[in-house]
Design a protein around this ligand. Structure first.
Ligand SMILES: N[C@@H](CCC(=O)N[C@@H](CS)C(=O)NCC(=O)O)C(=O)O
Length: 264
């Protein structure tokens, strides 16, 4: 066990990546200070820690870790109990697989097709023709595979693991993009979602999101960027793979796109 120095999580109440990391820290009983790194007042300080200006970033004394999966791996190394990776190499590979799909595919599709529903941005245009349908196809393929992976277990890898904690924060966004998850088609996912919502760490996470939504967007104001959108690799990849290169180029030409860089 490490010393008592309080860690700082460069955080954001709504990011699926920070929500995953927070749930891991809460599960392990790790004390931390949270700073909303995406609030405009904190962006310069965040960029000094992570040139990509993305959350989460974990600062533990002289150790700075960026990338949510790397933060989770660091937390597991330093605070192994309770584990968020299963013991057997086979199940560990399965847990990493679902974390990767959540971080790189779910996030990308949900991001790309939800821009018009963000409370921070008030876009006046409509999504390009076919974008929502393409997104729904990828999301349905994900749900089919996730439902099958759950099998008869309570959680993806049998016991609660990073696979569940990585996928869960994305689940409410399915409804937001017009694809509510239905018991008739994905019964195991619906039962798993209910089970997740009964966990203390998940209840705390949902409470943080609910309270932050009321606090941050009250009085018609927002502490966040309201026009530019960060397009990191996976988000561009899905657009291009789905045939929406022209939309992406138009976003860039309109000055609305930011592409992060990992080195200054
Ligand atoms: N691969 C990164 C992705 C992190 C990421 O995309 N974070 C978003 C929030 S969901 C962000 O900070 N975006 C910068 C912005 O919106 O200004 C990770 O797993 O940590």
């Amino acid at each position: 066990m490490k010393g008592d120095a309080v860690l700082t999580l460069w955080d954001n109440p709504f990011s699926p990546f920070t929500r995953k990391v927070r749930m891991v820290m809460d599960l392990k009983g790790i004390a931390y200070r949270s700073v909303d790194g995406l609030a405009l007042d904190h962006l310069a300080a965040l960029r000094a820690l992570n040139p990509r200006a993305e959350v989460p970033v974990l600062v533990d004394g002289d150790v700075t870790v960026v990338e949510s999966a790397e933060i989770v791996a660091y937390l597991e190394d330093v605070w192994p109990e309770p584990p968020v990776f299963p013991e057997s190499p086979r199940l560990r590979a399965k847990a990493r697989h679902w974390q990767r799909l959540a971080d790189r595919v779910l996030d990308a599709v949900l991001h790309d097709i939800s821009l018009w529903a963000w409370p921070t941005h008030r876009r006046r245009d409509a999504p390009p023709a076919g974008l929502l349908e393409a997104g729904h196809r990828t999301l349905e393929a994900f749900l089919d595979q996730f439902d099958a992976a759950l099998g008869d277990g309570d959680y993806v890898c049998g016991t609660l693991s990073i696979a569940d904690l990585a996928v869960f924060p994305h689940v409410p966004s399915f409804r937001l993009v017009g694809l509510p998850i239905e018991a008739a088609r994905h019964p195991r996912v619906v039962a798993w979602d209910r089970r997740m919502r009964r966990l203390d760490v998940v209840r705390k996470d949902l409470d943080v999101v609910r309270r932050a939504a009321a606090e941050k967007f009250g009085a018609n104001a927002s502490p966040y960027e309201g026009e530019k959108v960060v397009w990191r690799g996976d988000r561009i990849e899905w657009l291009v793979a789905s045939g929406f290169d022209a939309f992406w180029q138009a976003e860039r030409a309109a000055g609305r796109a930011v592409v992060p860089k990992s080195l200054p």
